[in-house]
Design a protein around this ligand. Structure first.
Ligand SMILES: Nc1ncnc2c1ncn2[C@@H]1O[C@H](COP(=O)(O)OP(=O)(O)OP(=O)(O)O)[C@@H](O)[C@H]1O
Ligand SMILES: Nc1ncnc2c1ncn2[C@@H]1O[C@H](COP(=O)(O)OP(=O)(O)OP(=O)(O)O)[C@@H](O)[C@H]1O
Ligand SMILES: [Mg+2]
Ligand SMILES: [Mg+2]
Lengths: 252, 252
C-alpha cells in the first residue's frame, strides 16, 4: 500500500520544502516515490530543477481533476522520483476551492487513483492552514512536521496539532502525526538545543532521532536544482536525510 | 500624517516578524509607533513579551470592528511603542473575511480611525497572499519586503509585486513598494552575496543599503520578549535595525 505523507507546518521557512525534496530523494534510493508540490511558490519544483516552461499542468490540474490526471506525475532527474509540479494557476486554487464541491477530498481522490504505482507520496505544503494544506491532510495517512530549531518554532505547533485532530475527526480517520523532524540544528547555538529538548519533552518519541543540521550544502544543492545527496553525497546534510529516510521506513 | 507600512512577503521565514518588531522599536526611539500583529501565529506579540492572557482583544477585533477599536493599541515594554496583539480568533478571520462586506477595507478603516495618534504603523503579515495580507496592503501606504539572502528568496517576489500592482489599481492608489530589506545576510556564505546582487540588479535603489546580518542576538532577544536594541544594544543586529530605521525615515 502506498504511504502518503503531508509535509506541513504553517510556520514559514522551517524546512518543509527542503525536507520534502531531500527525504523524497533519499526514499527513492529503494522505492518509487512521488513528490507533489502543493505550494504556489513552487519551491519544490525549482529545487528539483523543473523549469517554468515544464509547469503547464501540475498540482492545480490534480486538484481540479482536469484532463488526464494519470499523466501528471513527471520523471525528475532523480531515478525513481516523479514530481507533480506547481503549475501557474495553483495560486488561485486556495480561493477557488472554498466554493467547490467535495473541496476537501479532491487531492485525495486523484492520489488514491494512482493505486500502487508509488510506494511513497510526499506532499510539500504552503505555510498556512488553508484549503491547500487541508487537501493534503485529507489525502495523507500521516503528517511529517519539520520543526526549525529556533525560538518561534514551537509557537504554532499546538495550532497544527489541533488542526490534524479536527481533520481526523471530520474527513480522514487514518490521519496521525507521523513524526517531527528537527531542522537547521546548529550545535553552536544554545537556542537549538533548548528547542530540541522542549520538542522531545512535549512530543516524546514522535520526534525523530535524526537531527537535520544547518548545512550550507543543502541550500547550495537547491540552487543547482538537485537533492543534497546527489550534489554532495559526503555532506552532513546528505547523511542526515538518508538517516531520516531510514527512520521513516522503519516506522511503517 | 501617519505613515503605514505592511511588512509582507508570502515566502515563509524570511524575517517579516523580526523586521517588524525591531524596526518598530528603532523608529520608536524618536516617534510614536504602533505594531499590528496580523499573523495568527502571533509571533510579533510573543517577540514583544505579550502573554497569551493579554490577547483577549486584538487584531481580530480591529478587522471585525467589534467593540471600542480605539482602545485596542496597548503599551509594550518599549517606550513609544504600542501593539495590537494577535487575538485567538484571528486564525478564523481569513475564512470569515471571504464573505464579509467591505472585506478588503476593514483594517484600513480601523487604522485610519486613529488619526494622528501614531507617526508610524507597522503591520506584520502572515506568509500568504490571502485576505489578511490583502487587508494590510489596502490599509498601508507602502510595503516593506524582507528578503532573506537564501536561494528560494527571489522566487516568489514577482508574485508579490504583481499582487501589490493589483491592489494599487483596485483598492489603494497610494500603495507602492517602500523598500526591500535584505535579511539574514551571512558574509561567509556565497549564496548571500549572489542573492543580494540579484536583488539589487532587479530592484535597483528600492533595495535598502542596510544589510541585516544573521546575528544570534536577534533570535535570543525574541526568546526574552524584547527587541534586539534593548536586549543587546551593542550587537550587529541592533546596529543594523537602527540603520534601517534611519533609511525608512529618510525615504519619507
Ligand atoms: N538544514 C538546512 N541547512 C541550511 N539551510 C537550510 C536547511 N534547511 C532549509 N534551509 C534553507 O532555509 C530556507 C527555508 O527552507 P525551506 O524553503 O525549505 O522552508 P519552508 O518551510 O519550505 O518555507 P515556506 O514556509 O516558505 O514554504 C531555504 O532558503 C533553505 O535553503
Ligand atoms: N537577522 C537574523 N539573524 C538571526 N536569526 C534571525 C534573523 N532574522 C530572523 N531570524 C530568525 O529566523 C526565524 C524566521 O524569522 P521570522 O520568524 O521573523 O520570519 P517570518 O518571515 O516572520 O516567518 P513567517 O513566514 O512564519 O511569518 C526566526 O526564528 C528568527 O528568530
Ligand atoms: Mg516551502
Ligand atoms: Mg512572521
Amino acid at each position: 500500500k502506498t504511504r502518503i505523507f503531508a509535509v506541513a507546518n504553517q510556520k514559514g521557512g522551517v524546512g518543509k520544502t527542503t525536507t520534502a525534496i531531500n527525504l523524497a530523494a533519499a526514499l527513492a534510493q529503494g522505492a518509487r516515490v512521488l513528490l507533489v508540490d502543493l505550494d504556489p511558490q513552487g519551491n519544490a519544483s525549482t529545487g528539483l530543477g523543473i523549469g517554468y516552461d515544464q509547469r503547464q499542468t501540475g498540482t492545480y490540474s490534480a486538484i481540479m481533476q482536469e484532463g488526464d490526471t494519470a499523466s501528471l506525475p513527471r520523471p525528475s532527474t532523480v531515478e525513481n522520483l516523479s514530481v507533480i509540479a506547481a503549475d501557474n494557476e495553483l495560486a488561485g486554487a486556495e480561493i477557488e476551492l472554498i466554493t467547490a464541491d467535495r473541496r476537501e477530498y479532491r487531492l485525495r481522490e486523484t492520489l488514491r487513483g494512482y493505486g500502487t504505482r508509488f510506494d511513497y507520496i510526499l506532499i510539500d505544503c504552503p505555510p498556512s492552514l488553508g484549503m491547500l494544506t487541508l487537501n493534503a491532510l485529507v489525502a495523507a495517512d500521516a503528517v511529517l512536521v519539520p520543526l526549525q530549531c529556533e525560538f518561534f518554532a514551537l509557537e504554532g505547533i499546538s495550532q497544527l496539532v489541533r488542526t490534524v485532530d479536527r481533520v481526523r475527526r471530520a474527513f480522514n480517520s487514518d490521519l496521525h502525526i507521523g513524526g517531527i523532524a528537527l531542522t537547521m540544528y546548529d550545535r553552536r547555538n544554545n537556542l537549538s538545543e533548548l528547542v530540541a529538548a522542549d520538542a522531545r519533552s512535549f512530543f516524546g518519541d514522535q520526534v525523530f532521532e535524526t537531527l537535520i543540521p544547518r548545512n550550507i550544502r543543502i541550500s547550495e544543492a537547491q540552487s543547482h536544482g538537485t537533492p543534497v545527496m546527489v550534489y554532495d553525497p559526503k555532506s552532513s546534510g546528505a547523511a542526515a536525510y538518508l538517516a531520516l529516510a531510514g527512520e521513516v521506513k522503519g516506522r511503517g
